[in-house]
Design a protein around this ligand. Structure first.
Ligand SMILES: [Zn+2]
Ligand SMILES: [Zn+2]
Length: 279
């Protein structure tokens, strides 16, 4: 399974997850011209099967309807996010909704998608995408899983990628959902020190961004990574970094401190894109 970050940050997000046969676009917050160009540079030749949208904001959802019409594939989002796609002038080719926390597959897929609530805005989710899932749930009917753990032991063929951005804070539910993943793509939006000293940001805005439902800091990444053993983790991809309030070196150093070991790769996902990783 491959994961490619095509664009990342408050000016627009887009990534891909693909296997030999299936391809998911995760977020479509950049224009189609850029999205298709970055997709081909990442050497993904598959037509996407679906476009996953984490929440309603333009930097994640702004071009999803257009991408859905272009590729003739559905937009998948939470029920709370769906009204965003009901504007008469920008309707997706197909729109399917899930309940926050629901897990599902689509017909004939070898991928399972688990959605997990995040605090950022109402209906916002993160995704855990698992390949090689053998839960017998192949009829396309969405169904609650009750458990986020990847089934089977670490030597089984399952591989999973978690993509969590625009969190605000890390809940116990998120911690549990990502504990077994092989690749963790997670928001490292700002350095607390850089944000505090940034004269361009009014105090009110700083408070809102740091309030637990805005964005996630490097310190929060460090705490999350230090908080559990991560038995399967091979790569951490830091995404959605603020160009004004963060530096890749600071974010990577925080992640390294949190991990406390060197056998996990840490990549900055907002520079030198597209960035392609394999699990
Ligand atoms: Zn965002
Ligand atoms: Zn947002």
């Amino acid at each position: 399974m491959k994961y490619a970050i095509l664009a990342s940050g408050s000016s627009g997000n887009a990534s891909l997850v693909w296997t030999e046969r299936h391809c998911l676009v995760v977020e479509a917050g950049i224009p189609m011209r850029k999205l298709t160009a970055a997709k081909s540079i990442a050497r993904c030749v598959l037509k996407p099967d679906a476009i996953l949208v984490s929440h309603e904001h333009d930097d994640h959802a702004g071009y999803a309807a257009e991408a859905s019409r272009y590729w003739h594939c559905p937009v998948l989002c939470s029920r709370e996010t769906a009204p965003r796609f009901q504007k008469p002038h920008d309707v997706p080719w197909d729109l399917r909704t899930f309940a926050v926390g629901q897990g599902f597959t689509l017909p004939e897929w070898d991928l399972r998608i688990q959605t997990v609530a995040v605090p950022h805005v109402q209906g916002a989710v993160g995704f855990v995408i698992t390949e090689g899932w053998e839960g017998g749930e192949s009829n396309g009917q969405p169904k609650n899983s009750g458990s986020y753990a990847v089934e089977g032991d670490a030597s089984s063929k399952t591989r999973s990628i978690a993509i969590f951005t625009d969190l605000g804070s890390v809940t116990d539910e998120i911690r549990a959902a990502v504990a077994q993943v092989h690749l963790l793509a997670i928001e490292a939006d700002y350095s607390v020190g850089m944000m505090a000293e940034n004269p361009e940001y009014p105090e009110q805005l700083k408070k809102r961004l740091m309030a637990g439902y805005g964005h996630l800091s490097n310190d929060a990444i460090e705490n999350l990574l230090a908080s559990q053993p991560w038995p399967n983790l091979k790569t951490v991809a830091l995404i959605h970094g603020s160009r004004r309030n963060n530096l890749s070196v600071l974010a990577i150093a925080a992640a390294r401190r949190g991990l406390g070991r060197n056998n996990v790769g840490v990549a900055c996902g907002w520079e030198n894109l597209p960035l392609v990783m394999e699990v």
